[in-house]
Design a protein around this ligand. Structure first.
Ligand code: ZN
Ligand code: ZN
Length: 331
């Protein structure tokens, strides 16, 4: 397995990734223990709910330019998608320690499948007892009854809402097309942006221009699933989370790319974006996943700068000197 594939960290903060060690070193110099950081999310979530009232009031008048002007916010514009400037594959997912590693996912006698509805198990050798969903050819059921029930009202609102996501990773349990990878990156961003945007606005104000470094110990394929459940029917081991960190270009050079030289390949693109972004509208983003997929780009602030300033002060001033972990199945 290649260096850099050690994408696992423990709740006690004993990170094995060189990059994540950087974060640990930074957090341990503050008076926050590493384990506290993992729980910052929970308190942020509670405060976010407390903010939902005022937040809705600000967002709603934005549809009316007059009300928006009175509130001092920019007139509404069409929602913009993230803009990607570079992606690359570092090819980490060859080690066999990920539950979705393609090498381990080869269908064979060692792999058991469970009915997606009732959990009845079988091995692929006598897999004739389980039939696959005709649309995604991926998820299996023990009976027509289980399939019909799961389609309309199973976990996650029913398989009809999940079928496309399972079809996307298929039997091989991996994402192959660049478009699919981009879509999944955007989906992940959508799930975390209410936390990430205030975090970045707050960090930009306190540390100066920089970028959001989003990492995950999960593969992109794992993160693409709407439920923490593999196509085999078994749950994804461990929590699906992303670790957010804000870095300036100085920190990129002195810490990140020094410890992880492969990241130097995105330095030029990152530097240009960090120099150019408008802190009232955009954030700069570097994403990296367990499978080695790396993406660099910029994304709009959501819902807007003023709200992000307000949320950012309240959430992040006291306890997030280092990184912020968000558990995707909770957000
Ligand atoms: Zn069943
Ligand atoms: Zn299906």
């Amino acid at each position: 397995m290649r260096e850099g594939a050690g994408w696992f960290y423990a709740r006690n903060g004993s990170y094995s990734s060189p990059t994540i060690s950087v974060i640990r070193a930074r957090t341990s110099t503050s008076n926050i223990s590493a384990s506290n950081i993992f729980y910052v999310y929970t308190s942020s979530l509670l405060r976010f709910h407390a903010h939902c009232g005022p937040l809705r009031q600000v967002v709603k008048p934005m549809g009316d330019p007059t009300a928006a002007a009175e509130l001092g916010v920019a007139p509404p514009s069409l929602p913009r998608q993230p803009h990607w400037v570079k992606t690359m594959e570092l090819g980490y997912a060859t080690g066999g320690d990920s539950s979705l590693d393609p090498e381990n996912a080869v269908v064979g006698p060692g792999l058991t499948f469970a009915c997606f509805k009732c959990g009845k198990e079988t091995s692929e050798l006598d897999g004739k007892h389980l039939s696959r969903c005709a649309k995604c050819s991926t998820v299996r059921y023990c009976s027509r009854e289980c399939q019909v029930t799961d389609w309309k009202g199973g976990a996650g609102g029913g398989h009809k809402f999940l079928c496309a996501a399972y079809k996307r990773i298929g039997e091989a349990m991996t994402l192959t097309s660049a478009d699919d990878k981009q879509s999944v990156c955007e989906e992940i961003l959508r799930r975390v942006r209410f936390y990430a945007c205030p975090y970045v606005v707050h960090k930009t104000a306190t540390l100066g221009r920089g970028f959001l470094f989003l990492q995950s110990p999960s593969t992109l394929a794992e993160l693409s699933l709407p439920l923490p459940r593999l196509p085999t029917g078994s749950p994804i081991a461990g929590q699906r989370s992303v670790l957010l960190h804000y870095l300036t270009m100085g920190e990129f050079d002195s810490e990140l790319s020094r410890d992880d030289f492969e990241m130097a390949q995105v330095r030029n693109e990152l530097k240009a974006l960090v120099k150019a972004y408008n802190k009232r509208y955009d954030l700069v983003l570097l994403m990296r996943f367990r499978c080695g997929h790396v993406a660099v780009g910029s994304a709009p602030l959501v819902p807007d700068y003023a709200v992000c300033v307000s949320l950012g002060k309240d959430y992040y001033s006291e306890a997030t000197e280092g990184a912020l972990q968000l558990n995707l199945d909770d957000v």
